[in-house]
Every structure is written in C-alpha cells, then in structure tokens.
Design a protein around this ligand. Sequence first.
Ligand code: EPU
Length: 302
Amino acid sequence: MRIDDPKIIAALPALSVDLSRSASLAELTSLSIGGTTDLLRIKKHECIPALLNLLDSQGVPHRFLGGGSNLLVDDGELPWVVLQLASPQPDVVLEANFAHVDAAADLGRTVTFCAKNDLGGMEGLIGVPGTVGGALRMNAGAYGMQIGSYVREVKLYRAAARRIEILRGDQISFEYRHTSFAPDDMMLAVKLELPSKAYKEILQGIRICNEKRRSSQPLGQKSAGCIFKNPPGISAGRMIDELGLKGLNVGDARVSDRHANFFVNAGKASAKNMLALIADVRGRVRSAFGVELEHEVVIWNA
Ligand code: EPU
C-alpha cells in the first residue's frame, strides 16, 4: 500500500517517523517471503498515539512488525502499511537485578549483554532470533524456560484505548506461546527481573543450549522457527517426522530435513507455496493422528 495522502506525508517528520517506500517484507523477515508496502519506522514512542490517530483518520490500515522472525507474510502488493520501532541506543539499561529493555532490542544480544553483567535466567533463549518485543508478545521459550517468568513491567501502546500504558507483570497472563495482549497492542519496552549468576556459569548454560539447538534445528537456513505449536504432551515435529514428511515440498517451501516442524525457504518460495505446504502437512497429521495442529508462526494474509 502506498501512502499518497499529503497530510500524512507532511506530518511524518514532526512525529519522528521515517517513511520507506515500497519496502520488501521478504527483506525484513527470516523466511525471506513477503510482498511490498510502505514502511514507517518510529523513532519516538511518545509519537505513536498521534501517528495512529492520523493513519486511522485517513483510513490507512496498518500492521506492527517486530523482528520478522516468526512471521509468514503474503505475496504481492500488501493492503496495509507496516510500522516498525527503531531501536534507541542504548537499548538495554541495567539497574541491580532489573533490565530495562526496548522492544526493538535484539533478543540474543540482550541475553548476552545481561549475561556479561552477571544476570542469568534467559540462557534458553540464546539462538532464538527476533526482538525482545516479539519474544514478549509470543512468550517465547525454549529448554524449559519462557520470557514471561521474568517480566515485571511492560510499556505498550494499547490500540483499544489509543494510548501508551504500563502494565505490571501480574496483570499479564503468559501461557505456552500465548499472552493476554490484544493482537493490535504494540510492545514498546519491558522491565525484566533476572537472577544474579556468574557470567561463567551462564556461559556454560548458553553453550549447552546452543549445542542442542545446532544439533536439532536448521539454523543456517531461512525459516520462521517452528511452524506449529506442540499440542499438549506431543511434539508436532515428531508427528510430522513419523509420517516421513521431511523433505516434502511445494516449490521451494520445504519441510526441513533436520527438524520436521521447521519449514524452510530453500530458494525462491512464495507465501502461496509455504501456505500450501502448511495446509498439506496439517491435513496429513489430521488424517493420521486425528490432531488439529495450530499455527505457531504468525500469518499475515493480504
Ligand atoms: N523430534 C523428532 N523429529 C523431528 C523433530 C523432533 O523425532 O524432526 C523429536 C525429538 O527427537 C524430541 C521431540 O521430538 O524427542 C521434541 O523435539 P525438540 O526437543 O526439538 O522440541 P520441539 O518440541 O520440537 C520445542 C519448541 C522449540 C524449542 C525447542 C527446544 C515448539 C513448537 N517448539 O520444539 O521452539 O526451540 O522445543 O526447547 O514449542 C519455536 O518456537 O519456533 C521453536 C523452535
């Protein structure tokens, strides 16, 4: 979608928003899939309510983009503009056992930075791509931990109230890959409380998680992590693997040979290819196991 309303274009500099024309979502997502649209990069949280009021008043639909690492975006010219936070510097500030982190901060760098300052707990998240905001919204987790356990406060833009609010950790529910945030809430910053741990000890945990991940997941390939959530007590990857579906493809969209719940873009896969592969695998799991798999990856259909 192209922003051609002169009123919006003229207002953007004062709102500290940069406009990129016809940005390719394929270049902004780890799957390298997705069409084009105008991209608005937001440099000041405080300007978000005014920006969104402006877009709404001019009838411009929008979506919020985090790190693009758990996202499958449709092909072609997209019918909404995309908003993304620019990361301030520094994006992590420590104060005793608290880490104040901007939502646009890279998750891996945040875990490492905290570790170097003897703050642990998040070792399992090393190797999970994306931003802290994305991890927060999805309650990202791995190897027995989830980010929600460490959240004490969240600053967010509440679309329903049209304002920036601060929620305490106990006002938010964090479940398996799910939170109580509304779909159109935008994560802005988080205060984490992390246990004190010696860097050396954290490093050891990080090494173990890295090793496990390297041996079981296709890290060098274009993917969005796990495609499906694990149904209670079962591994979606194991079920897909048991059906012999590793390597199954629709065009360049392919079930990974390494981990069957990772679907990779092995070349020039389109969203259409990837969605067809997802539907095919889902149907086969339903027929064989009677299990309806739910998407873990977020899908932006045009
Ligand atoms: N398995 C197979 N074949 C496969 C994949 C897995 O037999 O192709 C078996 C494994 O051998 C193991 C079991 O299934 O016995 C579970 O596999 P794994 O430990 O890889 O965990 P998972 O349940 O497939 C979950 C998360 C991952 C997270 C890992 C490690 C979900 C959907 N996936 O995977 O998260 O990294 O545990 O904690 O919850 C993600 O969210 O995108 C993601 C990758």
